[in-house]
Design a binder for this molecule. Structure first.
Ligand SMILES: [Zn+2]
Ligand SMILES: [Zn+2]
Length: 318
């Protein structure tokens, strides 16, 4: 933990945020372990954030007292991608907690361009999932997942768990695969989901309409492709550095592979909020624990252990 200089008052369109909750993400754990190549110390992690606006600059677009979720990936609004609504592939994108300081702190300043007001009926425990869940909501737009679609989720980290929850919510027949039995136990708590180890998937090869690859390893990509039925699709969320797969298998079976990165703002955030507002969409199985930020070391160790779902830091004063 670092003691920070007192914050300056917000200028221009900036707002000062008092953080309520921050979710620990795989990339925060990567920063914590020093494994993220494009992140260099000293760096404050944290990008899955909800908080309250306590001060607003003269040109800010949100008022003091507003409860907000943060958009941690900035965009310029001017490049051809931004103009088209594809803020996720903006040429000037920067990421909070990766190549600039993040929000695991009691307070920070940010441009009000990068916050979104929350509806009153969305509790903080759900709102803190907006950022990671928007990744899944965006990915699902690549394919058609509806009642009865057979969907296989490969990798049950936080994104995989959220993907399993959304596919289940949409009425799909969901199978989830992970090498970690703890994750399989967690994913089963979402609902009627078949949760299996990779070695138990052999018989289901070539059977799924849609495979969501959220493992981010070469083997999860390579195994994922084998699971897609002829004419089906695989959506790759994970960031495997590389993978080797038979191109002829993809060609002969007319498979479609999609890459997908984060989300567009505000469209995907708004749709994510609508899913989370639905009382039928439960996140109890996904959020494992909420810990005070002063126990951050234990919280990161828990997130690393592979035994938990989403671990959340609370920045409320004890
Ligand atoms: Zn994240
Ligand atoms: Zn741009």
């Amino acid at each position: 933990m670092r003691e920070m200089e007192p914050l300056a008052d917000p200028v221009r369109d900036e707002v000062r945020i008092r953080v309520i909750y921050g979710g620990i993400c795989g990339s925060d754990v990567g920063v914590y372990l020093g494994k993220l190549k494009h992140a260099t110390y000293p760096l404050r992690p944290g990008h899955e954030l909800v908080g309250t606006v306590t001060h607003a600059g003269p040109a800010a677009t949100v008022k003091v007292g507003t409860r907000v979720v943060i958009l941690p990936n900035t965009f310029c609004g001017e490049c051809s991608y931004c103009q088209n609504g594809d803020t996720n592939i903006c040429v000037q994108k920067k990421s909070l907690g990766v190549n600039m300081d993040g929000g695991f702190s009691q307070e920070f300043l940010i441009s009000s361009k990068f916050v979104l007001a929350l509806p009153d009926d969305l509790p903080n425990e759900k709102a803190v999932l907006i950022e990671p869940f928007a990744v899944v909501v965006h990915a699902f737009k690549k394919v058609k997942i509806t009642k009865g679609t057979s969907v296989c989720i490969v990798g049950c980290g936080n994104e995989g768990m959220l993907a399993a929850a959304l596919a289940h919510h949409l009425g799909a027949q969901v199978t989830a695969v992970d090498i970690n039995p703890h994750k399989l136990e967690l994913v089963k708590q979402i609902g009627d989901i078949q949760a299996v180890l990779p070695e138990d998937m052999r018989l289901q090869s070539g059977q799924f309409d849609v495979v969501i690859e959220a493992g981010g390893t070469s083997s999860s990509v390579e195994n994922g492709i084998q699971l897609v039925r002829p004419g089906g699709s695989m959506v790759v969320i994970g960031l495997a550095q590389e993978a080797i797969f038979p191109v002829a298998h993809v060609v002969r079976n007319e498979l479609t592979l999609y890459g997908t990165i984060i989300y567009n703002f505000p469209s995907d955030y708004l749709q994510t909020i609508e899913y989370l507002r639905d009382p039928l969409f439960s996140v109890d199985a996904i959020v494992s624990s909420i810990m005070p930020f002063t126990s951050y070391q234990q919280a990161f160790e828990n997130a690393l252990s592979g035994k938990y779902g989403k671990v959340i830091l609370s920045f409320n004063e004890a």
